[in-house]
Design a protein around this ligand. Sequence first.
Ligand code: KG4
Ligand code: ZN
Length: 361
Amino acid sequence: MKRFLGIESSCDETAAAVLTVTTEQQKEVFNVASNVIYSQTKEHILYGGVVPEIASRAHMEKISSIITKALLDAGTSLEEIDGIAVSSGPGLMGGLTVGLMHAKSLAQALNKPFIGVNHLEGHALTAHLTENVSFPYLLLLVSGGHCQFIYVESLGKYETLGGTIDDAVGECFDKVAKMLGFPYPGGPFIERSAKEGDDKAYDFPLPLQHKGLDFSFSGLKSAVRREIEKELHAVGEEELSSTSILKLESATIANISASFQRAVGEILAIKCERALQTCGAKDLVLAGGVAANTLLRSRLEALCSKKGVLFHAPPLNLCTDNAVMIAYAGALRLLEGEASFLNLSAVPRWPLDDLKTPNHI
Ligand code: KG4
Ligand code: ZN
């Protein structure tokens, strides 16, 4: 049996995991031995979004104990680990550096191979591990930091078919939620409030609906703001603030939430249909924190069944940021004899299409 340690700290989750690999009937069988995630929500809640400085500090405070817990949960020790994989980009420079420094020191002290993994490759390969989806497939990654289509052809062969030109979809949920007076992260609050509302109450725009596979959410966010301001004026408030928003009736808030959520569902479905037509994939994988949204999920599930495409969504704790996906992407490469040098540095911007540079040897 081989054991791989994965480390993730590219945004606001400090995570470590151990993945084991055994060979059964000449096939490699992977098993998640542990999966530990510390989410920094409470560190960032006051600011309504991730603050890079605070994130780096929190990663630094937590990372050693998270790694220790991952080893304990897996019933193993550092000496028994056969290789170390770490997110080396893309993401926030400070957080990435914390993870990378830890991985490198462990690799050097224990004389074990280590590899820097593209965080997006981790997301791209998760369904291959958890759902046994075979290549090729289309991934729609929707979270607070990502919003993109990735065509996953095979290990190491990825094509970004489209992405957001401004905000990520989760970021848009969070910003609209903040305007409506909900705490961070606001996606789940919008979903809950939308259940009580009329999704046709407002007709929000569907940016870039007629064109290509890129997304744009800042226009939708501004349109929501304008409608909120109109409603505020109607109750005698001059401008939108955390106190004036309390003057709106909960039915109005619910109608705005529901109409906003419907617009996001429509735009995702339109773009997914176009992306499936473009790449011809027979499997669609939905991943990222926004995949928790039941309305969005069922919208895309319905589209897939209409198109004869299989819909997959990995379990939520493996489709949001985690270290299992990093251990998996790293293990596949380490098992092929690939590794990184110890002078590897973090890469804050690193498109998935560009995997050969600058990190892999
Ligand atoms: O993947 P994730 O946990 O973390 C990062 O982006 O790093 O995604 C978090 C995002 C947040 O923007 C959050 O508001 C959104 O996912 N989210 C949701 C729901 N649950 C989480 N958005 C819409 N509906 C939800 N139920
Ligand atoms: Zn991510």
